[in-house]
Each structure stands twice: as C-alpha cells, then as structure tokens.
Design a binder for this molecule. Structure first.
Ligand code: ADP
Ligand code: SF4
Length: 690
C-alpha cells in the first residue's frame, strides 16, 4: 500500500539544533512505571516505538539528583555511571531504528518526598510539599541554586555520555522546581530569583544556558513548558505569564515542547476531553519563536495531525498515549494503512502504572510493558503451531482479542457470540456518559478480524456445552465474561445485603439497558473505580434524583490513578448527584434504605425507590466449568484444551481481559518454557554494578 499524499507533510524532517528528526512524529516524555526498577523493560518498550516510526523517542522524567527522589514511583535517573548505562540501553535501542533519543531532565522541587534518599526537599520558598506527605520544602539559598545548576549540568553531561540526542529542561506539569520558581503562588522570594516574572524565570534561563553550553554542541536542547495551568488568575495562563515566558526565552532552546498543567489536564481522559483539546492554549507559541514547536492533544487521526501542522499550530505531532496504544502509528500512516491504527481510548490505565509503581499496561495494546519480559511485539506474532481449529466463545474484549491474534497466527478460528452485537462489556459501557471512545476496543478488533478469511464470526449464537462438544474444533477458549452482582457482595460485604433480592435492585447492565428504574435512586459503589460514578451520572442525566453512596472517602476513589477523581466528583456535584462517602448499605426496603457509616456503624436513613449495586462481578463461567469438569467427553469430542479467559476466568478491568485474550493466543501450541515463571525478570545486581 502507498501513503496518501495528503500525509506527506508528516514525513518531512525537522531540525532540532544540531540534530535532525526524520519526520514530525514525536513521542514526548511520558511516565511508564518502569524507570530505575526495570531498565531493560523500559529500553525495549521505547525501542518498539522507534521501530514503529517515531522520529523522536523520549524518556519519562529523569531525576537529576537524589534531592529529587520520587520513590516508590520508578522514574528514570541520571545520578551516576550506573544510570548512564541504563539510559544508554534505551538510547542504543532507539538509535537502531534511526530515531532520536530524548531525555527529560527533571528536579521535582516541592513535588518530591525523598522517602528513600532522605535528603531535604528543595523549593523556591519554605512551603508544604504538594505530594501529600507530611514534609515541607526548604527555601533554596544561593548555594542551593548554584548546586541545582551544577546537578543539572552534570546530568546533561551524563546524558550526552549515554549518547542522548535531545536534552530537556523541564518546566511543565506543575511538578518541577523550575515551574515552581516561575509560579507566583509558590515563589515568595525577595531576591533576584523572586518577585518579577523576569526574576522568577531566571533559574530556568540559567539552566537552559548551562545546558546549551555543556552539551549543546551535540544535543538539541528542548524546554518543556506548561503555558497554561488552567487555574485562571491563580496560575500561569497562556494569555498572561505563559506567553511572556515564551517571549522571554523564545530563541534560547532548540525546541519548544508546550502543554498545559497539571498532568490531569495534560492527559485528560476521553471522558472529559477531546482530540486537539490543548490547541487554544498552545497555538500562540509558534508566533513567538522560530524554533520548532511540539504539542500534544491525544492525536490519533492523521487528518487532524496534518491540519495542526498546516494551520501552524505545531511543527511536530507530540504523543504519549497514542504512541502507547499504537507504537506503529507513524509506520501505518507512512505505509497507507491508516485503518489499522489502534486508537487510544483515553482511559488512562497506562497512567495508573506510574501511580502503582508497576510497568504500565494499556487497554488497547496488550503487548505494552511485555515487550521485554514476554518478548511480545505489537505487530508481529509467531505463525500457528498446528493445524488445529480454535473455537472462541464470547466476543467481548478477551474473545475478540484472542480471535484476532489467533487469526493473525493463521489458525482456523470460530468466534461465537450469544448476542447480535460484538464487543461484550465495551459495547454497553461505551453507551454510558463520556465513554463512547471505549468502543474503539471493539471496533479495532472487529476491523482486523473482518479482513481475515480464516476467522469465522457467528453472531446470535449462544453456545451450550453440547454445541461446543459438537463443534469439532480442537481447542476452546471460553470468554463468556462476567456480570455485575445484585446481592451487594464485594469488598465490604461478604454476605448478601438484606433486601438486595427485591425487584427494586438493579445492576449497571440494567442501567445501560434502560430497564425500568424509578427515582429517587441510590447507586451503591463498593467497587470504587469508574462504574459507580458513571452510572450515577447517567441516571442523573435521565432525570432521576440520585444519591451516590460509596464505601470510599470520595466518589470513584480509584480513579485517582487515572487522573480523573477530581473531575468525576466535580461533575457529579455539578449535575446534582448527592454524594454520601464512607457509607455501606445495611438494609434495602421499599422506599427506605439504611446506610451505615463504615467507621462508626452509625445508621443513616436514606430515601430510594431503586438501588443500583456496583460492588463486584460474578464470572459467567458455567459453560467453562461444565466442559472443563468432563475430560471424557472432551476427549471423545477430540477437544485437546479448554481454557477460560478474560472476565470469565477472573473479572477485572478491560485491559486485563484484552491481555488475557492475547496471552492465550500467543501461548496456543507454544506454552511458556517455565509455566511457574512465564516471563523474564529483571534482576537487581547484587554486586556494585557500576
Ligand atoms: P471479557 O471482558 O472477558 O471479554 P465480556 O463480558 O465483555 O467479557 O464479554 C463476554 C461476551 O460473551 C458477551 O458478549 C456475551 O454475550 C458472550 N457470551 C456469554 N456467554 C456466551 C455463550 N454461552 N455463548 C456465546 N457467547 C456468550
Ligand atoms: Fe490510551 Fe488507555 Fe492505552 Fe493509555 S491505557 S494508551 S489511555 S488506551
């Protein structure tokens, strides 16, 4: 296939100081939960993106000195020669594919906690830290400022030693000391580093100059700046100080990487933001500098990318999440395979990896994070290991991904789905407020399967054990999913909540289906991820009086990890949902519900005609259990294996179901050598590694 000429502009080279990017695709720095704990996992993950056509591939935040210690969250580090080796691993890997490697040097100032290094957190002024630990930052004196400059310079030199092409001066996201110096609300100094904007920008200017002088002969120097904090007059704004900062430093860096702060605004989920959402904030930058400008905006459409460049918004298409969901996005555009792009759904499960200090996962890309540990590649997969046929029962995320990947391997695949619609949970969940982009999980897979002559899809085909035994295929993957429980059993309640068997009690599936719910409604959330909040929002939009009763201390508590909690609570309050936190349900009557404080057990009377239970899910595993329990029948039917996958095996998030479907496909006729350790570990060197 050949590339559409409309997209040629995306493949023009861009000069960044002394280095040149081969095209306009730029993987901006992004966290990945790998960092100092998993350097080989990290290097391979970035390499795959370089292979996929990104002209620039950057690290996540890279700590310049132990006074900026983000432990336990694993960020990159450049503290000594060991870290140079780790960074060189990535750089060499990225260079193998003709891409440039960038490093985002960072000192987190008031955002650090230094739990491991126990060094004193530093900031422009004596202030509480912003990370929520009971510690403060010390106002840097002149000696500290000199040290900060020296640390940054040394880190830049180490980056150069590791053969880095682009070195960042990082002043974005409200999380770096340079940003903190620039913010009037955090900088209360009275010396030449405080007061006027020029003074507050001084340290950034000095560090930019230091970095240029130290490594600018060989490395492009990038600045990452949040030009708007979306705080109005309380913060930096793109029509105020944000613009002035860019004007002051316009030609100093070799590249401007501009965004909005904080991270929750920059990586806004699809529930709360759209493609290109940052344009109105960053569009001015190109009119102020002649240097190339990179911006992000959840870009997955090549037409939007071309439009951004032609209209002079940016010079390079910045991407974090779109490059995670599809590391081969540039290649697919280049080779005229646009319909094959696996578009990011904007769910921020990847972000949760950083917050849980584990290598990130991706809902759309099951190979993400397993490139090194399992040797998985997002585009290639081993050819089939036999001529066996595989029956996949259930076309939710797990079944669709298994069928797709098995089809790619060349197996004969039959995918049977009980209903007339494919997609399972993503189909009904994507009808809930703000979740329409989640249908991409289904659509990408259905699109790929449609092109495969060896994959047969049977809709409206509810399979019984007898149907499966008669089918005549050698392997069976049971991907029949899970259903929300009505009985209230979950994290908090081990037994049925009295009254939960009434016909005024419903599940999220009932809400999506519009089943006769009458208000006022209580949504009882003991799951504490997105479902309780989104169901409450939908019911409120439908005109009901809604109370969200949650066992958590806030609405949708786990969504802190996807950067959404604040927005969810705000939206629920704005649309008129009453939120009752830290409460369990004790009994459900006809019109009256007893809530109970999870701490004191104090009972609170609540009014509700209907209750929606969002507690936990029950696997739909009866088909699997009947089959798996009767070896004789399986043998007689010529069935060699039966496996439950996805929610049918263990109800979990969509990303886990997709990963499980993918794993089952990879391991068909090719089980891991050591089933007790089915992946490679990274070992910590026991001796001095330097
Ligand atoms: P997962 O997240 O594990 O993929 P889902 O619940 O999203 O699970 O999807 C499961 C799918 O399986 C649903 O579309 C459901 O209609 C289908 N299904 C359930 N039982 C059967 C069955 N016996 N035969 C065929 N399809 C089934
Ligand atoms: Fe996009 Fe979700 Fe994957 Fe992150 S986890 S890259 S938001 S699809």
């Amino acid at each position: 296939m050949t590339r559409d000429a409309r997209y040629d502009i995306l493949f023009e080279p861009v000069t960044i100081g002394p280095v040149t990017a081969k095209n306009r695709f730029y993987q901006v720095p992004h966290c990945c939960g790998m960092g100092f704990n998993w350097p080989q996992t990290h290097a391979k993950m970035r390499e795959v993106k370089a292979e996929g056509g990104w002209a620039v591939v950057c690290t996540e935040e890279c700590m310049i000195h132990p006074t900026s210690d983000y432990s336990p969250e694993p960020q990159a580090r450049l503290w000594d020669a060991y870290d140079v080796k780790c960074l060189a691993l990535m750089n060499d890997a990225v260079h193998r594919h003709g891409a440039l490697a960038g490093v985002e040097l960072a000192h987190n100032g008031v955002g650090t906690q230094n739990l491991w290094t126990r060094m004193k957190p530093l900031g422009p002024s004596n202030r509480a830290g912003v990370i929520g630990v009971p510690t403060q930052t010390r106002a840097m004196d002149k000696a500290d400022i000199r040290e900060m400059r020296r640390w940054h310079r040394n880190a830049a030199l180490r980056a150069k030693e590791a053969d880095t092409d682009i070195v960042y001066v990082y002043a974005g996201h409200d999380s770096t000391v340079l940003m903190h110096f620039m913010q009037a609300r955090r900088n209360h100094r009275t010396d030449e580093y405080g007061g006027s904007l020029e003074n507050r920008v001084r340290l950034t200017r000095e560090i930019l100059e230091d970095t240029k002088e130290a490594v600018g002969d060989r490395c492009g120097i990038a600045i990452r700046l949040a030009v708007d904090e979306l705080l109005g007059d309380d913060g930096i704004t793109s029509d105020g100080e944000g613009r002035e900062i860019v004007e002051m430093l316009a030609e100093l860096p070799d590249l401007w990487d501009v965004n909005v702060a904080d991270w929750a605004n920059d990586s806004v989920t699809s529930r709360f933001g759209e493609e290109g959402i940052q344009e109105s904030h960053i569009a001015f930058v190109k009119s102020v500098t002649t240097k190339p400008v990179v911006g992000v905006g959840w870009f997955t459409s090549p037409d939007t990318m071309v439009s951004q460049i032609k209209r002079g918004v940016v010079d390079m298409i910045g991407a974090a999440r779109p490059s995670i969901a599809d590391p081969f996005l540039p290649k697919k555009i280049e080779e005229g395979r646009v319909e094959e792009i696996r578009e990011c759904i904007g769910c921020n499960i990847c972000v949760s990896g950083q917050h849980t200090s584990t290598p990130m996962r991706c809902t759309q890309n099951p190979t993400m994070g397993d490139e090194w540990s399992r040797g998985w590649h997002p585009e290639t997969i081993a050819a089939k290991g036999s001529d066996d046929g595989i029956l996949v029962v259930g076309a939710g995320p797990a079944g669709l991904e298994a069928a797709r990947a098995l089809g790619q391997r060349g197996y004969r695949v039959a995918l049977a789905e009980a209903t007339t619609e494919l997609g399972g949970r993503v189909t009904w969940e994507s009808s809930l407020p703000g979740l329409s982009a989640w249908a991409r999980v289904r659509d990408w897979r259905v699109g790929r399967i449609q092109d495969m002559a060896n994959v047969e899809v049977y809709r409206d085909s509810h399979l019984t054990p007898e149907n499966v035994l008669e089918f005549g295929f050698e392997h069976v993957l049971v991907a029949t999913g899970a259903a929300w429980r009505k009985d209230g059993v979950g994290i908090t309640n081990a037994a049925t909540i009295p009254g939960a068997d009434g016909d005024n009690v419903f599940t999220p599936e009932d809400v999506a289906a519009g089943t006769g719910i009458t208000g006022p409604v209580i949504v009882f959330d003991d799951d504490n991820f997105y479902m309780g909040g989104v169901v409450a929002e939908k019911l409120r939009n439908d005109g009901h009086d809604v109370t969200l009763v949650t066992t958590g201390t806030c609405a949708s508590a786990w969504t802190e990890n996807t950067l959404e909690q604040h927005r969810i609570q705000e939206r629920l309050l704005e649309c008129g949902v009453e939120i009752v936190v830290s409460h369990n349900l004790k009994a459900i009557g006809d019109g009256d519900v007893d809530g109970a404080c999870v701490y004191s057990e104090r009972v609170r009377a609540l009014k509700a005609r209907s209750v929606v239970m969002v507690t936990s899910r029950q696997p739909n595993d009866s088909l699997y259990r009947v089959l798996a329990d009767d070896n004789d029948k399986l043998e007689a039917a010529g069935i060699k294996s039966v496996q439950a996958i996805g929610d049918c095996a263990v109800p979990s998030i969509i990303a886990v179901a997709v990963h499980d479907g993918h794993r089952a496909a990879r391991e068909m006729d090719s089980p891991p050598a050591d089933p007790d350790l089915p992946f490679r570990r990274e070992y910590i060197a026991l001796a001095d590694a330097v």
